[in-house]
Design a protein around this ligand. Structure first.
Ligand code: 5GP
Length: 182
């Protein structure tokens, strides 16, 4: 059985994403030219973005870590944030970059950044593929943003709806349509 693709309206295609990822890579290479960088990938949504972004970091001295977070169910935020898979080592004294798929209410990154700052990194910054500033419930400004988008639910390029659509190579707006339609 195939996915209901008629519910998708493409927003950013493969080329647009590649262009922004390359630009973010240049930004990050400049910002972190003088020190090693610990990249903290927030699972699951950012795995595709992070895979492309780290390959745009050139000759930076990069270490990769993965952190699992759960903060969403279906298309509505629960407002609850839980670390489902924590870092396995200390980040004290390290320059850290958190890589996230999307900032929506800001609750996840506010919680994550507060938690990680207590572990005394030398610096902590955030790169997100997408930013939906109109949806903020808590003040949060990511340091590096791929695209700023309006209030819409998007899928693809790592972003899911109930674990589906993550594998699409582009970002699309998902329209749930009528419950009775296929
Ligand atoms: P926040 O805590 O900022 O409200 O939400 C962050 C998380 O909510 C993201 O990491 C992502 O998993 C999920 N999220 C927020 N907006 C969207 C969206 O438009 N599409 C998808 N697929 N997930 C979203």
């Amino acid at each position: 059985m195939s996915l209901p693709m008629h519910r998708l309206t493409p927003l950013f295609d493969v080329d647009a994403i590649a262009g922004r990822v390359a630009a973010l890579g240049r930004e990050l290479r400049e910002a972190h030219a003088d020190h090693p960088l610990t990249v903290i990938v927030v699972l699951k949504g950012s795995f595709v973005f992070a895979a492309d972004l780290v390959r745009a970091l050139g000759d930076l001295d990069v270490r990769m870590e993965f952190l699992g977070v759960r903060s969403y169910e279906g298309t509505t935020s629960t407002g609850q944030v839980e670390i489902t898979h924590d870092l396995r080592r200390s980040i004290a004294g390290e320059h850290c970059l958190v890589v996230e798929d999307i900032v929506d209410t800001g609750l996840t990154l506010r919680f994550l950044c507060d938690t990680l700052r207590q572990r005394d990194p030398a610096s902590l910054s955030v790169a997100t593929l997408l930013d939906k500033p109109s949806r903020r419930k808590v003040a949060f400004t990511p340091d590096h943003v791929g695209f700023t988008i309006p209030d819409a639910f998007v899928v693809g390029y790592g972003l899911d709806l109930d674990q589906r659509y993550r594998h699409l190579p582009y970002v699309a707006v998902y329209d749930p349509g009528h419950p009775e339609s296929p």
